[in-house]
Write a protein that binds this ligand. Structure first.
Ligand code: CS2
Length: 478
């Protein structure tokens, strides 16, 4: 078959979809011009390779209620690229069986909240809107977000429209409940009647979302151009695995069956899934991200393929975290994770995962440490991870190479780490006592602080790899 390639310089656009259909498998064949039924806040890679593809499946089946009005909170670059591409972008899904490109057509309109807030509130208030979904990251759950949503809901309420399903898809404990409190409080500032309506007519399901979606690299964009024959500035790569477990709590109860038909798991209690995911996946990720950044291993694949790291992460999950979990199939989830981390197609940067670690650690480690201490389980590996983080926030790796830390607390953390550099006990006194990160209990637990001190001392003397090997040798000798 001959394929007419568009001229060089051409970009992914609605008009070239028929041509593309001859080149790759998944190309949207549905109309993308109606009024969107979903407003999504946070246009990052994760949403576009996860929920948006669930919505794309529903649209492909002819259910036109799932087109997305996608909102970037601040950054204009991605929103502008997507706009120039009619909201289209390609996703490369890679597993051990090889990789496949698909184009998502779910994104129908885009906006930037910081630039055009009125368009966002109008979208939330549009009669066609049924869902509001969010991936605004851990640090995004502040008053500004509450106000934006409350403004949109106020307009809905005033127009006599039905409430929405408002689903947080961020890595927070009880994300739906947290978002509900924020929205109801922000609504109350506008009027008690609005707060009452939000609490009574909008549904805030807790949900656990899982798919590893690294930020795109120049290599990925080049691969997209090769596969598509046109440039795609918003292309992404991901793994075949995905999971979305959502609480049965919807403004329109019939959505449960619709979502379930795509492979989404609808349950009465998300907590067992959320705990397993935050503590096994995200907890291990942050541990490897800190170790990798310090030791100079650029991507997660470089970490997990080293025997010392693999047995450390396996032990962390098996000995310290797993036995506390209520997700019944956690050993299978753990085994799948070890394989997922090693997926060579992902090239998931350790520095990307280490971003905002002060905001991520509170969900990922302290609940496991506290639970393990209560249950009489070991916490040595969790303490090692904490020590690796304390070394990480010094801001330079073992070869003395400085790196940028992207974290709202970066300045404070680096100053503390540098003030005590080389002195493990003093570093742990300074960094291990921060209640914003560790909560109220751990900063007072001398046994925990002593374990972290010992690990930090090992890391400083032997390097991350040497300290890991010594750790392993200690276990083998027992
Ligand atoms: C990662 C997550 O960057 C990070 O903090 O741990 O984005 C992780 O890849 C996803 O939660 C996987 O579902």
């Amino acid at each position: 078959m001959t394929i007419n390639l568009p001229e060089t310089g051409a970009r992914l656009k609605q008009a070239i979809l028929p041509t593309l259909a001859a080149r790759i498998v998944g190309v949207p064949s549905y109309a993308r011009t109606g009024a969107p039924g979903v407003v999504h806040l946070g246009l990052g890679a994760f949403h576009r390779a996860h929920q948006a593809l669930v919505f794309d499946t529903l649209l492909q089946r002819g259910d036109g209620r799932w087109g997305v009005f996608g909102v970037a909170m601040r950054s204009t670059t991605l929103a502008d690229s997507l706009q120039a591409q009619d909201g289209l972008y390609a996703v490369q899904v890679a597993s051990s069986d090889g990789s496949q490109w698909q184009v998502s057509g779910a994104l129908w309109q885009t906006a930037v909240a910081a630039r055009e807030p009125a368009r966002v509130t109008q979208a939330i208030a549009a009669p066609s809107t049924r869902w509001l979904t969010l991936t605004v990251t851990e640090k995004g759950y502040g008053l500004e977000l509450g106000h934006l949503i409350a403004q949109g809901l106020a307009a809905r309420h005033a127009a006599g429209l039905p409430g929405l399903t408002i689903a947080s898809c961020d890595n927070l404990v009880g994300n739906g409940r947290q978002l509900q409190s924020l929205c109801v409080a922000a609504a109350r500032q506008l009027s008690p009647a609005l707060a009452h309506w939000v609490a009574g007519h909008c549904a805030f399901p807790n949900s656990m979302v899982d798919r590893i979606v690294p930020a795109a690299t120049p290599q990925r964009l080049a691969a997209a151009r090769e596969a598509l024959g046109v440039a795609d500035d918003a292309a992404l790569g991901t793994e075949a695995f995905w999971e979305w477990v959502i609480e049965r709590r919807f403004a329109d109860a019939s959505d449960a069956a619709v979502l379930a038909s795509t492979g989404v798991t609808v349950v009465d209690d998300v907590a067992p899934f959320e705990d397993a995911k935050l503590r096994l996946l995200n907890g291990s990720h942050t541990a490897m991200a800190c170790m990798g950044a310090v030791a100079g291993w650029p991507v997660i694949g470089d970490c997990i393929t080293q025997p010392a790291v693999r047995s450390f992460i396996h032990g962390l999950m098996t000995q310290e975290v797993g036995p506390q979990l209520d997700r019944p199939d956690w050993p299978a989830y753990r085994d799948a994770l070890l394989a997922r981390f090693a997926n060579p197609a992902l090239q998931h940067s350790v520095h990307q995962i280490a971003t905002d670690s002060s905001q991520k650690i509170p969900q990922r480690w302290p609940p496991s440490v506290l639970g393990a201490l209560r249950a009489g389980l070991p916490v040595d590996r969790l303490a090692f991870a904490a020590a690796a983080w304390m070394r990480y926030v010094r801001g330079s790796d073992e070869r003395g190479q400085a790196y940028a830390m992207n974290d709202p607390m970066a300045g404070e953390l680096q100053a503390l780490a540098l003030a005590h550099a080389g002195d493990a006990a003093a570093s742990v006194q300074a960094l291990g006592r921060l209640t914003a990160i560790w909560g109220e209990i751990l900063p007072k637990d001398e046994r925990w602080l002593a374990l972290a001190t010992r690990s930090l001392d090992d890391i400083q003397r032997l390097g991350v790899l040497g300290a890991l090997e010594q750790f392993q040798a200690g276990l083998d000798g027992k």
